[in-house]
Design a protein around this ligand. Structure first.
Ligand SMILES: [Zn+2]
Length: 200
């Protein structure tokens, strides 16, 4: 099983604007790499979760705050760790270390550093070192929504992914409105009957 139905979006223009600026500077400093995936729809994330390619229900790719990379040349993904004879143990491959250090300088965390201790190796992943979306201000979130609105596919996916709890809230609001209207109608009808009664 793969997620070809939901192909990766490589366009960094769909990233959150501030993160996109970081990525541009990061790529300029590391011409040996390129972006294989930038922002991600909820559909693709749940597919990746099902196939085991991702371990989290909500990825920072969905917030436009993460990228995946590969290397130009013969080896898209050089080994992350290599044997160092001088110290007699495995170390992070200098090719990756150089890129990871640069990412840190540009305000990004490396997937390998984030999750290697859990046994999940995600060396191709780099994400914003800022606070996660849920802890960010409304202003930042509005920015992300604007970014998503530029992408017709994302819009369609978003429409399919309408949050049930939001629908429920809207329904409860309508229900309350209907109740208030019915009560108001009842009061008006009481008045009308009152008027009718007095005129009769
Ligand atoms: Zn990633």
């Amino acid at each position: 099983m793969n997620c070809n139905t939901y192909p990766p979006n490589r366009n960094i223009d769909k990233l959150s604007p501030k993160f996109k600026e970081k990525v541009q500077r990061f790529l300029a400093d590391n011409p040996e790499i390129f972006v294989t995936e930038a922002s991600r729809s909820a559909h693709r994330q749940s597919c990746l979760l099902r196939t085991g390619a991702s371990r989290i229900a909500r990825s920072r790719h969905q917030d436009g705050m993460a990228i995946d990379i590969a290397f130009h040349g013969d080896e898209l993904y050089p080994p992350v760790t290599v044997w160092d004879n001088s110290i007699g143990k495995k170390v992070v491959n200098p090719q990756w270390r150089k890129v990871a250090n640069s990412a840190k300088d540009h305000g990004m965390n490396w997937g390998y550093d984030l999750w290697a201790h859990t046994g999940f190796i995600d060396a191709t992943h780099f994400e914003d070192d800022g606070v996660p979306l849920l802890e960010r201000s409304n202003e930042d979130m509005v920015e992300d929504i604007d970014v998503n609105n530029n992408d017709k596919n994302d819009e369609i996916n978003d429409a399919k992914e309408v949050d049930i709890s939001l629908l429920l809230t809207k329904f409860q609001h309508l229900e309350k409105l209907l109740k208030n209207t019915t009560e108001a109608y009842g009061r008006v009808m009481d008045d009308v009957r009152g008027i009718t009664n007095t005129t009769e």
